[in-house]
Ligand binder design. Structure first.
Ligand SMILES: [Zn+2]
Length: 432
């Protein structure tokens, strides 16, 4: 049984409304938040672990709503090139060299990075997802996992769908409920309409959502228009895919008619650093928000970002929205932080479980240490988290009321052996 944990005398940012910020206690029992409010006398509690909250700030763990975790092995391998060259000439040939056990090892490395930066949930689309599921089970993080489906030019595309579906059904609800699953048709340029229809049928039948890259580049939109007479969101709408819960990644180039279509998605995931680095464009975030679209934040993979932590995405999203609109009031600190927490939870259909600190919700919590020069003085913790904090300010992280990271030490992973294993595996992979 998990012990009760009391975060005592701590600054709590529930991320529900800005004014809900409070100084007080947060009690975790049976993996859930049991109390949140003014400090009390808890002396009579048996077996209670007390965590002293002086100078500490507790927030809901970040949701990285789009990544390719196993790609950590290619960080720094191919930078400063356009999406097409990067993907087709550099990334895909290396990924064909992956062997059993590689994605496990590289995902462990990614998990270290996520946990230490306060990310408690990630949405992943990659290969060999059984290995990623093993990582989630072992290290205690939470994830929405889906096997990437890339079938253009391949024989028997239905086989890829079968395997993606097998993975989704076998792993749905695994790891004490921390794993949820989706189907992941990679994009409209890697999955033709006939295949997308098969995906739709399977997802409908099994009650699964979809994780898909959408309108990432102007070229993607132009090609889609000339091939199918519709924008990427328009094509999915025509094929009936928006009848399913959709996690739509990027959406940098929506046309006017796309906004009402995207409003049906469970979430659009803004990945500002990756978008800027590949020069894919700048997402019209303020227009998406004002169209009633739920926005989440993601990093994308480690070789297009090149980090997996969320503070960079929060700050970049906020300042980019201001620069793009010429309005410094665009995407204020609280709203950007909410995209990385509650917005992400909604995008994954998990808002009744995570994304905010509320009694009854899962205890997925990141704790920042504000005893640092760059966080002194503190007029507004939302401002500090959005604009000044560093991932290294995260001092403790729990998921389902279990510490994964405490006093900046990993409790479920051996950092050194994971890093060493990665180096050895990458050497072998590069020589294949
Ligand atoms: Zn991606």
């Amino acid at each position: 049984m998990k012990p009760a944990i009391l975060l005592k005398g701590i600054t709590i940012l529930p991320m529900t409304q800005p004014e809900d910020l409070l100084e007080g206690d947060l009690m975790v029992r049976h993996g859930r938040i049991a109390y949140l409010g003014p400090s009390r006398n808890w002396e009579d509690e048996e077996g209670l672990e007390v965590y002293q909250g002086e100078n500490k700030v507790a927030i809901p763990g970040f949701v990285n709503a789009h990544t390719h975790l196993g790609m950590t092995f290619l960080r720094g391998f191919a930078d400063d090139m356009d999406l097409h060259t990067w993907l087709v000439d550099k990334i895909w040939p290396m990924e064909t060299k992956l062997q059993p056990g590689d994605v496990y090892s590289f995902s462990l490395l990614g998990a270290l990075e996520l946990i230490a930066a306060g990310v408690t949930t990630f949405a992943d689309m990659y290969w060999s997802m059984d290995e990623a599921a093993r990582v989630v089970t072992e290290c205690g993080i939470r994830a929405s996992l889906s096997q990437a489906l890339i079938v253009t030019g391949k024989d028997h595309p239905e086989r890829y769908l079968e395997d993606g579906l097998r993975f989704a059904l076998e792993n749905r609800g695994a790891a004490e409920g921390r794993i949820t699953t989706m189907l992941a048709p990679h994009a409209v340029y890697t999955c033709p309409p006939a295949f997308l229809k098969l995906v739709r049928e399977a997802a409908m039948r099994e009650g699964l959502g979809l994780h898909i890259h959408l309108s990432e580049t102007q070229k993607e939109v132009e090609d889609c228009r000339s091939a199918y007479g519709a924008t990427p969101p328009g094509l999915l709408q025509k094929l009936g895919l928006f009848e399913l819960p959709i996690l739509a990644i990027h959406c940098i180039w929506p046309e006017e008619g796309d906004f009402p279509i995207l409003a049906q998605a469970r979430g659009v995931v803004h990945c500002p650093t990756s978008n800027l680095k590949i020069a894919a464009g700048i997402s019209p975030v303020t227009e998406l928000l004002s169209s009633g679209i739920n926005l989440a934040l993601g990093t994308d993979g480690a070789c297009s970002n090149n980090r997996l932590e969320m503070l960079q995405e929060i700050k970049t999203a906020a300042i980019l929205a201001k620069a793009r609109t010429g309005d410094p009031k665009a995407l204020p600190a609280f709203q950007a932080l909410q995209m990385a927490t509650l917005g992400g939870a909604r995008a994954l259909g998990l808002e009744d479980q995570i994304g905010a600190l509320e009694v009854g919700k899962q205890a997925d919590i990141a704790i920042f240490d504000f005893d640092a020069p760059h966080l002194t003085p503190c007029f507004d913790p939302y401002s500090h988290l959005a604009y000044a904090a560093l991932p290294s300010d995260v001092t403790a992280v729990m998921v389902q009321g279990r510490w994964l990271y405490k006093d900046r030490r990993f409790l479920t992973l051996d950092r050194q052996s994971v890093q060493q294993e990665t180096v050895e595996r990458v050497e072998k992979l590069m020589s294949r």
